[in-house]
Every structure is written in C-alpha cells, then in structure tokens.
Design a protein around this ligand. Structure first.
Ligand code: PEP
Length: 251
C-alpha cells in the first residue's frame, strides 16, 4: 500500500519566528493523524527552527531546492550538507516557479534530483504542463518526457525515495484546480511511464501527489482518486486550520 503524503510548500513566506509559532500551533492539531506523512517544505532560513519545533511530532521538514555541487563558488545556492545539518529530510526539486522564473531546466532538475538522492534525501519532484500544452492536447507527452528526463540515471532503489508531484502549472496559485478526473488521469500517465522505465512494482509503489490550488474544500475528492497519493499544497499550507483540514481529508 502506498503512503499518502501531504506536503506544504511555503514558497517565500514565513520568518523563523513565524515558523516556530506555526508549528507549535499545528502540531497538536495534526497529532495522531498517522494515515499520511506530513511534510512542511520551508525557506532555507526556517529549516533549523522548523526541525527543532517539529521534533517529537509527526511533522517532517523539507527544503525547497538543493544544489548539485557539494560546495564552491555558487553564490546564492545551498548544498546537501547544509540542508542536512539544518534538519531537512525532504527536498522539493523542479517546482514550476523555479522552472519559470529561475531558468531551471529538466537537465538541472535531473542533476539536483541525483545529488539529493545520493545525499540521502527524500525528493519531491515537481512536474506538469502549462496551460497552452493542456489546450493543445499534449499533456501526456509533456509529463512523460519530464518524468523520463528528470529521473534519468536514478536507480530503482533510489526511486523509493522519490515522490512525484504532478502540478499543472495553470493550477498553481491561480485558484483553478484540475478536476479530480484530470488529476487522476495524468497521475496515472506518470505512473505508467514509471512502469515502463522501471518495473510494474515501481509503478505500483511510487507516490504521486497532485498539486495546484488544493484546499480544504477540494482535497477529499482529489485524494479519493486511485492514482492521487497526496498533495503538494502552497497557499493553503500557510494556514494551520486549512492545512489541518487537508491532513484530515487524507485520514
Ligand atoms: C505549490 O506551490 O506547489 C502549489 C501547488 O501552490 P498552490 O497550492 O498555492 O496552488
């Protein structure tokens, strides 16, 4: 049975003190909700505070990016060792905002995925089509290609630490959500690509989240779909009550 993973992506929100207060408030609200894994992917400067605040709770902490070199002249980047020591266990890679605004490509996403896995992280790999691609009817081709390119060189053993977040770009932060049927269908396409690249077992085991304006009102229906194993949640992860409602929907 696949685990359901509910992960918050805070993007560029929350200071360290806000992080501490948030986790203090959230942890009793989600206590005992153990039918899903709960992850908060926070800004770099919040990781250490978040990890400390989450100690002894069922909340895990993740970062929102990682560099593929161990160290060196890469101003503004962050290494695996830095993230590990700060207390991150997960890392989001390839978010559409990184692809859209910061020049991230499938090639650099793949380098980051491989570096994160080699360093022992659990990876939340984001991919998904833009609006024009959905309208042109090429969503399946786009997500299939991204899955292949982003996971190139990743072994089946390493794949057990990869979660794929299917995030239609047109649904992120827009209030537009893919219908449960669209989410299920495209997550199913990604699952079948995993079956082709790896094995039937890998395709059965891989956790595939949906992300894109998931909230307390639509989570239950999206999560009820067989190919949707959780959610990557932006806006609604910044409010303890909304995030808790999504966690409850997964329980
Ligand atoms: C995201 O940041 O990955 C996301 C899905 O954002 P939102 O839930 O705000 O659409």
């Amino acid at each position: 049975m696949r685990r359901t993973v509910i992960a918050g992506n805070w993007k560029m929100n929350m200071t360290p003190s806000q992080t501490k207060a948030f986790i203090k408030e959230l942890s009793p609200m989600v206590k005992g909700r153990d039918k899903c894994d709960i992850v908060l992917c926070v800004p770099f400067v919040d990781i250490a505070v978040a990890a400390e605040a989450a100690e002894g709770t069922n909340i895990k902490i993740g970062a929102q990016n990682i560099h593929f070199k161990e160290s060196g002249a890469y101003t503004g980047e962050i290494s695996a060792d830095m993230l590990k020591e700060a207390g991150a266990e997960y890392v989001v890679i390839g978010h559409s905002e990184r692809r859209q605004y910061f020049g991230e490509t499938d090639e650099t996403v793949n380098l980051r995925v491989k570096a994160a896995l080699a360093a022992g992280f659990k990876v939340i790999l984001c991919l998904g089509e833009v609006k024009e691609q959905r309208l042109a009817g090429i969503t399946d081709e786009v997500v299939s290609m991204q899955t292949k390119l982003d996971l190139a060189g990743v072994s089946e053993d390493q794949l057990s630490r990869v979660i794929i977040a299917y995030e239609p770009v047109w649904a992120i932060g827009t209030g537009l959500t893919a219908t449960p049927e669209q989410a299920d269908e495209t997550c199913g396409v990604i699952r079948s690509v995993i079956g082709k690249i790896y094995s039937a077992k890998a395709s059965e085991d891989i956790v595939i989240q949906y992300g894109g304006s998931m909230n307390d009102s639509n989570a239950a229906e999206l999560l009820s779909k067989p190919n949707v194993d959780g959610g990557l949640i932006g806006g609604a992860s910044l409010k303890t009550d909304k995030f808790t409602a999504i966690v409850k929907a997964a329980n």
